[in-house]
Ligand binder design. Structure first.
Ligand SMILES: Cc1cc2nc3c(=O)[nH]c(=O)nc-3n(C[C@H](O)[C@H](O)[C@H](O)COP(=O)(O)OP(=O)(O)OC[C@H]3O[C@@H](n4cnc5c(N)ncnc54)[C@H](O)[C@@H]3O)c2cc1C
Length: 435
């Protein structure tokens, strides 16, 4: 039995902590937040490896995670269905996963208010120092401290968090307030809206108390909109009193003027169903979209995982599933080689390449937004004057938030000399199944 410290007690940290603890190790989670993390985040797309990982955390496969959706649709500006396909997926929420993972872990080993300041290591172990002066010793440390990882910044300061040139407006709208048109045509689907230069996706999630009964659910949306890094992003990340939040705007601080402008744009650009959802969402919030890719995820006795190692744009819907795959690989490598530098090295060999690949695929899926914003996208050619991106509505619908390890799907975007949508792709209505 080894002593293992997990830095960061969000979904990634809890997945790793639960699995390592169930494998017989003495595991402590150090989480800087003092209050409950519940209420963070919104909808989460699930994939098969996440369900496998939850089972390894002691969460039975028959525990309901959320809402089952069987159909994807692209909704045209006039509200008609331009494309549809049969795709079955379970949509859950950050809160649901957090509650299940927290309940599965011994509360005494989940230390809140432990803000890690430094991590030191020797050939024999690690020492973690917190802001309040507390220190913790272990054989290895796992850093799951998110996109702004303090541990990664200390060990690999060259790794950049790069703004992608667009933001995601997000929110959840109660099913009970929506019109019959929206309920009948969009609510039960994984829906797509593709206004020029932008993209909206949405899907139903459980309502309060994890209720999945008709009338009690919510519709979760993510609306990607370009925002230049000069002034537009700064304005979006500033509250109504003029305070700027460059590292993240709390949902309750989004300026009412920005919310009003987004709703106005929704009425002009989106299908009436999506405009209604925007209008009736009490508190839309927004997040800038970033890329982050590491060249190394292991430093002797310290490993990075989850968003601390790689952040792929949410088009792949893989953030939590990738964290789950990291946690499983880490647990297996420690079981095989021990909680030491060799065990962590084996973990890096398994997870470095998949992490880099998922970031690249997410960049390709988001290249269209960057091209229309005139921003170069690494590896895609998007945004350069000669090579920009054609968007095919059916490809967007079929390739967003799917796990390529479950089904082989061809690359979504071609580079050409023009920026435009492929008109043929939005005019026909077809049906196919990848479920
Ligand atoms: C718009 C958007 C949509 C998304 N949609 C999806 C989706 O559909 N599906 C999906 O799988 N993923 C999605 N994601 C990504 C997903 O939310 C993350 O990938 C996932 O939650 C993994 O996060 P994590 O646990 O690694 O990091 P985080 O959730 O960022 O957690 C890091 C934790 O570390 C703590 N911490 C930080 N610093 C310290 C410190 N110094 N000491 C102690 N603790 C510290 C923080 O308080 C926090 O609790 C989306 C993301 C965005 C932005």
């Amino acid at each position: 039995m080894a002593k293992i410290l997990v830095i960061g007690g969000s979904l990634g940290g809890l997945l790793a902590a639960n699995m390592l603890w169930r494998a017989g190790h003495e595991v402590k989670v150090l989480e800087k937040a003092v209050n409950s993390l519940d209420g963070r985040g919104a909808g989460i797309v699930t994939h098969r490896p996440l369900v496998v990982a939850l089972a390894r955390c002691g969460i039975a496969p028959n525990v309901p995670l959320g809402v089952v959706v069987r159909k994807r649709v692209v909704v045209a500006r006039d509200g008609s269905i331009a494309q549809q396909a049969s795709v079955t997926q379970v949509l859950t929420s950050w809160s649901r996963l957090y509650a299940l993972l927290l309940a599965a872990f011994p509360p005494a080993n989940y230390v809140q208010g432990a803000s890690v300041l430094a991590v030191h290591q020797s050939p024999h172990g690690v020492t973690v120092v917190c802001e309040d002066g507390r220190t913790f010793e272990a054989d290895v440390a796992v850093a799951s401290d998110g996109i702004r990882s303090l541990v990664r910044n200390a060990l690999a300061p060259e790794v950049a968090v790069e703004y992608a040139g667009y933001v995601a407006w997000r929110g959840v709208c109660d099913e009970s307030v929506l019109s019959k048109l929206t309920l009948d045509t969009v609510f039960d689907t994984f829906g797509f809206g593709l206004p020029s230069g932008e993209q909206l996706i949405g899907y139903p999630v459980a309502g309060a108390g994890n209720a999945v009964a008709r009338g009690q659910r919510r519709y979760n949306f993510v609306w990607y909109r370009p925002a230049a890094n000069d002034g537009a992003l700064h304005a979006l990340m500033t509250d109504a009193d003029g305070q700027h939040y460059p590292l993240g705007l709390p949902p309750n601080k989004v300026a009412w003027q920005q919310v009003a402008a987004a709703r106005q744009a929704a009425r002009q650009l989106l299908a009436p169903q999506f405009a209604e959802i925007l209008e009736k969402t009490a508190q839309p919030f927004l997040q800038p979209i970033y890329d982050c890719a590491s060249q190394r995820i292991v430093f002797d006795r310290i490993a990075l995982m989850g968003d601390a190692s790689f952040v792929a744009r949410p088009h792949v819907g893989m953030g939590v599933t990738k964290a789950a795959e990291d946690a499983m690989a880490l647990t297996d490598c420690i079981a095989q080689y021990g909680a030491n530098a060799q065990g962590l090295q084996a973990y890096q060999q398994l997870r470095l390449l998949p992490g880099q690949r998922v970031v690249d695929r997410a960049r390709a899926l988001g290249a269209y937004m960057q091209a229309t914003a005139g921003i170069a996208s690494p590896g895609t050619g998007a945004g350069s004057p000669a090579a920009v991106v054609v968007r095919n509505a059916r490809d967007v619908m079929m390739q967003t938030a799917v796990d390529l390890s479950e089904q082989q799907i061809s690359p979504s975007f071609q580079t050409t000399g023009d920026i435009h949508d492929d008109p043929a792709s939005t005019s026909s209505s077809t049906s196919s199944s990848i479920a």
